[in-house]
Design a protein around this ligand. Structure first.
Ligand code: DX5
Ligand code: ZN
Length: 212
């Protein structure tokens, strides 16, 4: 199981947290970008992210919780080390247009679904994706409780991938700890995003290993 670490809820300041993740066993740094419109909170600009990660070596998994995600694609593509750019299916009238935009950069394409969005809603897009991000909390903040009733979506996505030879990885974001990661692993997830469980501890590697 791959592990991406989200740093928005941490015991340390931002710079220290990012450095600790960069030096850890994590596979990716998960960057939550919020615009205050798609979700209530707002945090970083693209320029902030560029600056924050200029000395990092880990690959980035960028999660855009923003309306009109098309506005950000070109600039995010200029940030070093972005492997996945994930937009929300609910954030644009025609997600396929944004998917095609991302496809024309050197980033891989991710599509996130909020807890209320069904897999059937994104079926026509699945063959265009490198990652499907299943949200297991309401997007917008860290530290919420994992919603078990999303587990069936992971199974559905795994079955659809097998039946159709799709190539996306299935990632799960929100409320991930040692217990909930077991559940999503059994359901067929390839990657988890975990924030508070790791960044509210002192030993990042111990926590990361416990959810793998
Ligand atoms: C929620 C974010 C998550 C979140 C994960 O909107 O997308 O990435 O920060 O944090 P935890 O693990 O605390 O739920
Ligand atoms: Zn996220």
């Amino acid at each position: 199981m791959k592990v991406a670490v989200s740093f928005i809820n941490s015991n340390y300041d931002l710079e220290t947290t990012i450095k600790k993740i960069d030096e850890s066993n994590a596979d990716y740094i998960h960057v939550d970008m919020m615009d205050g419109i798609f979700v209530e909170n707002s945090n970083f600009s693209v320029q902030d992210i560029k600056t924050m990660f200029k000395n990092c070596t880990k690959k980035l998994d960028v999660h855009l919780m923003c309306c009109s995600p098309n506005k950000y694609v070109r600039e995010i593509a200029k940030i070093k080390n972005v492997e996945y750019l994930i937009i929300h299916a609910e954030s644009h009238r025609r997600p396929i247009d944004v998917i095609n935009m991302i496809r024309h950069t050197n980033m891989k394409v991710g599509l996130a679904i909020s807890p209320e969005t069904k897999v059937s809603h994104i079926v026509p897009l699945l063959n265009h994706l490198d990652q499907v991000l299943v949200m297991s909390v309401k997007p917008g903040k860290g530290g919420q409780e994992f919603m078990k009733d999303i587990l069936y979506k992971i199974e559905t996505l795994r079955d659809l991938r097998e039946e159709n030879n799709y190539h996306y990885i299935i990632s799960v974001d929100g409320g991930i700890n040692a217990e909930t990661s077991k559940l999503v692993k059994e359901a067929g997830a390839d990657m988890v995003v975990s924030g508070s469980y790791i960044c509210k501890s002192d030993n990042y590697n111990e926590k990361i290993d416990s959810i793998r």
